[in-house]
Ligand binder design. Structure first.
Ligand SMILES: [Fe+2]
Ligand SMILES: [Fe+2]
Length: 454
């Protein structure tokens, strides 16, 4: 078993208090990717929703719950991506984004579905796909929304958020007139946090898509049907303040929304909690595609076993574990039409697939305590010969932690089924990896991985 010194590891960052609100806000950018929304959608929704909450005179505890529910409202969304892609035979992210800008009438919905179902298929094949939706669409959408709501609120529960936050996420898609999902709740039976969150979400989507007037018009139009009319009144009164809209464009909005967390509601998180939130987001990533179910979790576990075999110092283990869990967080920004494609990717698709490493860097780089691990996690497709991505690093500039994640990722990919091939057994996987030693993967890390199978 190789014994390695890790003199190239940097010392851990100085201990600084890490606030839960800041961590959740930074992770919300990953959820925007899943929904195909422009970066900052959750943060902007949080700004609009918390302004409504403040105007309503919510208590500090209620305002804090609203803040977290708005930032985490899409926590379960990755679970329906593959299903949307399959049902509509379309790019799930583009479909989700476009669908949110459609009016509420049945005619508008049907026109959108007809135009956006199987858009890449020849004309003669599209009626079959649309017919399937007309026959089975309602039941399938019911199931998808239930799965999204349940998954999102379950993760919020696991992370210790209050029941009010969990219910806000679970009931996000309920409508004031009872036409929503998952439980067709009506009027004030819908939790107030969910009512505010849906309104804030729609306000941001239309503002980003078509501007302030369009946003106000859409919220007004949906009063009594989707939205609580009293909340619409509150929204219309705060919408007169130009600052509400100007701040949506501000590069300092992240800081502005922090002010909504009352001082007595600020929570400092410890290392165990950071591990838990990295684990939870690893599960969000893994839910995106049936072909990568549990991939992040397995790579995290395997990285720790390889770290043991290589005597990685204890002080580096936690960072490595989190980086391994989150190495593919950028895949939330890749369409399932590509992730689950049962054949070779064309140039454009391959480019989008490779972009996941850049997205991983951008997301983790925002997260204070994970900032140092951003490049380490994002580099898992780098190669020793410099032909990897996203940075095209060469041998000496690839960190050892990255090399560990790379071998674990490679091994898990080979030993899992893919849309275009069966899973390989461990011996076959190690033989294939052996051919890449020295050119793509690090020999010492490979030996450590191999030692686990002897
Ligand atoms: Fe990857
Ligand atoms: Fe991976």
């Amino acid at each position: 078993m190789p014994v390695m010194r890790f003199e190239r590891f940097e010392s851990p960052a100085a201990n600084q208090a890490v606030h839960l609100g800041d961590i959740v806000r930074a992770f919300s950018y990953a959820l925007d990717l899943t929904e195909g929304q422009p970066a900052g959608h959750c943060v902007r929704s949080c700004w609009i929703g918390c302004n409504i909450g403040k105007a309503l005179g919510l208590t500090p505890v209620e305002l804090s719950d609203l803040y977290y529910a708005l930032l985490l409202k899409d926590l379960g969304c990755s679970s329906n991506a593959a299903r949307i892609c399959e049902l509509y035979d379309a790019d799930d992210r583009a479909f989700k984004r476009g669908f949110k800008t459609v009016g509420t009438s049945l005619a508008a919905t049907l026109v959108f579905v007809a135009r956006n179902t199987a858009p890449r298929q020849p004309l003669h094949r599209r009626p079959a796909a649309i017919g399937n939706i007309l026959r089975n669409g309602v039941a399938i959408v019911d199931e998808m929304i239930l799965s999204r709501c349940t998954r999102g609120s379950d993760i919020a529960h696991t992370l210790g958020f209050s029941r009010a936050v969990q219910r806000g996420i679970y009931h996000l898609d309920e409508h004031w007139d009872g036409s929503g999902r998952p439980q067709h709740l009506q009027g004030e039976r819908i939790p107030l946090i969910a009512r505010i969150a849906l309104l804030a979400q729609v306000a941001d989507v239309f503002h980003t898509h078509a501007g302030r007037d369009a946003s106000i018009a859409e919220i007004t139009r949906r009063a009594h049907t989707w939205f609580d009319p009293k909340l619409v009144e509150t929204f219309l009164s705060i919408a007169k303040d130009a600052n509400l809209w100007e701040q949506l464009e501000s590069p300092f909005l992240d800081t502005r929304i922090s002010a909504f967390l009352p001082a007595d509601q600020i929570r400092v998180v410890d290392d165990d909690y950071l591990d838990a939130i990295a684990t939870a987001f690893g599960q969000v990533i893994d839910a995106k595609s049936p072909y990568t179910a549990n991939h992040s979790t397995r790579v995290g576990g395997l990285a720790m076993r390889v770290a043991d075999a290589m005597n990685v110092p204890e002080s580096r283990r936690r960072g490595l574990y989190r980086a391994a869990l989150l190495h593919d967080v950028g895949k939330l920004g890749v369409s399932n039409a590509i992730l689950d494609k049962p054949g070779p990717l064309n140039d454009r698709e391959w480019e989008e697939m490779r972009s996941h490493a850049n997205h991983t860097f951008e997301i983790l780089d925002r997260i204070g305590p994970l900032h140092e691990m951003a490049a380490i996690a994002a580099g898992h497709h780098e190669r020793l010969d410099g032909r990897g991505y996203p940075f095209g690093l060469s041998d000496e500039s690839i960190r050892r932690e990255t090399r560990i994640i790379t071998v674990c990722d490679f091994y898990d990919a080979l030993s899992s089924a893919r849309p275009y091939r069966e899973a390989l057994d461990p011996v076959e996987a190690l033989v294939i990896m052996g051919e890449a030693v020295g050119s793509a993967i690090d020999p010492d890390c490979f030996e450590a991985l191999r030692s686990l199978h002897q």
